[in-house]
Design a protein around this ligand. Structure first.
Ligand code: SAM
Length: 230
């Protein structure tokens, strides 16, 4: 059984795919997908030894070591050409780290047609990366679990026809169109947070003008979108 968050991620892994789950921790995701016959094979990548051992243990325990290989490696270095990986999942990290992992060894994504990414924060970085690297969003999901809000971004290798607008990069083209109550709640919360930060920043002895401008811009964009969707 997966959490709702991981189950939603799993739902975007195509049947018959060869999956790399980067930052797999306990390898729950690839194990679940292999047991249900969704993936043909998988690589469970981890950069930290403890979680790597957990992954290996879980894969062995489920008798899946022929199908899923745990690798101790930094990011996409877990992927080897012989794996014929076509789908990559990176879930449960910040958007900046996800983007860094994807950028660092972009060449290893050669045979990859689908990315399923679940940034905990900083989704804008991820969308910008996708647009700049020939991947197009095909779906987005937002969900709330255990007091956190999670976004899941699904992208296929196909050039972005129209560059995303500033709003689309910040809020997500699919989420903007959907008006999900969780989306509205997230951005109300984000608006209040940004307003509090702005107040604090403005009261500093030396006011950082760039930061004030960026916050004002973000606040204006959020207010505008909330006005439109709620
Ligand atoms: N993907 C799982 C999930 O969504 O439930 C686990 C998320 S866990 C919060 C993040 C995992 O990513 C940690 O186990 C961490 O060691 C791993 N990680 C962080 N940076 C990594 C990197 N550069 N390469 C591989 N794994 C990484």
């Amino acid at each position: 059984h997966l959490s709702e968050r991981l189950a939603t991620v799993a739902g975007y892994v195509p049947t018959g795919s060869r999956l790399a789950d980067i930052g797999t921790d306990h390898a729950y995701l690839p194990v679940n997908l292999a047991k249900r016959g969704v993936i043909i094979s998988g690589v469970a990548g981890e950069v930290v030894r403890g979680p790597f051992e957990n992954a290996r243990h879980e894969i062995d325990r489920e008798g899946l070591s022929d199908q899923i290989t745990a690798r101790l490696a930094n990011g996409l270095k877990a992927i080897e050409p012989g794996d014929q990986i076509d789908t990559v999942v990176i879930a449960g990290m910040g958007g900046a780290l996800i983007t860094q992992i994807l950028t660092q060894d972009f060449g290893r994504l050669e045979g990859v047609n689908r990315l399923v990414l679940q940034p905990n924060v900083g989704e804008m970085n991820v969308r910008q990366f996708l647009m700049d690297h020939g991947f197009s969003l095909v779906a987005e999901q937002i969900l709330a679990e255990d007091g956190h809000t999670y976004e899941i971004l699904v992208a296929d290798r196909q050039p972005v026809v129209h560059p995303y607008t500033a709003d689309e990069l910040r809020f997500g083209p699919f989420l903007l169109a959907e008006h999900n109550p969780i989306f509205i709640e997230k951005w109300r919360h984000e608006l209040a947070r940004s307003q509090a930060v702005l107040k604090q920043v403005r009261s500093a002895a030396v006011v950082p003008v760039d930061k004030v401008a960026a916050l004002e811009q973000a606040i204006a964009e959020i207010e505008e979108v909330l006005h439109r969707v709620s």
